[in-house]
Design a binder for this molecule. Structure first.
Ligand code: NAP
Length: 273
């Protein structure tokens, strides 16, 4: 029997590529998106479904529909996310709430609806798409960083909470990937990007560099292949990296002291003032 997968934020990038790959491999895929009209496909086994992870009602409606059509959800990929680029002193209340509303509370909301179905089946896999920036801080990305650190925490705690119900929980920490992320899903705070900002030097050094690294990053297909592998291999690790930047920085993060690691990041991103 084919496994049923729900992916969030699936109209582009890693979500879309994974949805197409999983459908091709015979999974029944529900590609959750706020904008179903953006994902025009007639791929077999692939259902594009309206889903806004900031809206509990939208999530309940989507999960009910999948339950009615398939009777279960075997795999949940929490992929939807975006990045706020702002200093802490400039951020607005709305910007900081929204960053966590999507990247963190969105995961809680979707899990809240999907876990009971998995628990009833005594089986399930949850994969949270975090980031290598879920283990590494960078200036101007404090809100994105801390939201992804939270995703790592969710993964760690849920692994204990759901183990007795045979539900596996994992995170994937991608490096930079050449998706629509830099073009559509980096949200810049206006004051931080003002030319008279006291952070103007930092902004002009770092921001274009990050955008370039994302646009020249790895192919989303690599992340999609890892998602398939994690679903199929019961012995998968709690968390895995994918992409060059994650492979470069995560082992270093584990091996070095906080201070030595910070020195390496400062040198790499030319943050030495
Ligand atoms: N690209 C990278 O360099 C990189 C690196 C590390 C981690 N990641 C993570 O990988 C995941 C996928 O990103 P991607 O690179 O594939 O980027 P992408 O092509 O821009 O796709 C991001 C998806 O997230 C959803 N999303 C964005 N803003 C949202 C909002 N305000 N509310 C609800 N959903 C929203 C969108 O879903 P809809 O279909 O609903 O529009 C969109 O399809 C994200 O969690 C991102 O943080 C990306």
């Amino acid at each position: 029997m084919s496994q049923v997968v729900l992916i969030t934020g699936a109209s582009s990038g890693i979500g879309k590529t994974s949805a197409l790959l999983l459908a091709e491999r015979g999974y029944i895929v529900y590609a959750g998106t706020r904008t179903p009209e953006k994902f025009d496909t007639n791929a077999e086994n692939l259902h594009v479904i309206q889903l806004d992870i900031t809206d509990s009602k939208s999530i309940r409606t989507a999960v009910k529909k999948i339950h009615k059509e398939q009777g279960r959800i075997d795999v949940l990929v929490n992929n939807a996310g975006y990045g706020l680029v702002s200093t802490v002193e400039d951020v607005t209340e709305e910007e900081m709430f929204n960053q966590f509303n999507v990247n963190v509370f969105g995961i809680f909301r979707v899990c809240k609806e999907v876990i009971p179905l998995m628990r009833e089946n005594n089986s399930g896999v949850i994969i949270n798409i975090s980031s290598f920036l879920g283990k590494i801080g960078l200036p101007l990305l404090t809100f994105y960083n801390s939201s992804k650190y939270a995703v790592e925490g969710i993964t760690d705690s849920l692994r204990y909470e759901l183990r007795d119900f045979n539900i596996r929980v994992h995170s994937i920490m991608p490096g930079f990937f050449s998706t629509n992320f830099a073009k559509d899903n980096l949200v810049a705070n206006v004051s931080t990007f003002d030319e008279n900002s006291p952070y103007a030097n930092l902004v002009s050094n770092l921001a274009p560099n990050i955008v370039e690294q994302i646009n020249e990053g790895n192919d989303a297909g690599e992340a999609a292949e890892l998602i398939v592998k994690m679903i199929e291999d019961e012995a998968s690790l709690a968390r895995e990296t994918v992409g060059d930047k994650a492979r470069q920085f995560i082992p270093m993060r584990r091996e070095l002291s906080d201070e030595d690691f910070e020195r390496r990041v400062r040198e790499y991103y030319k943050l030495n003032g």
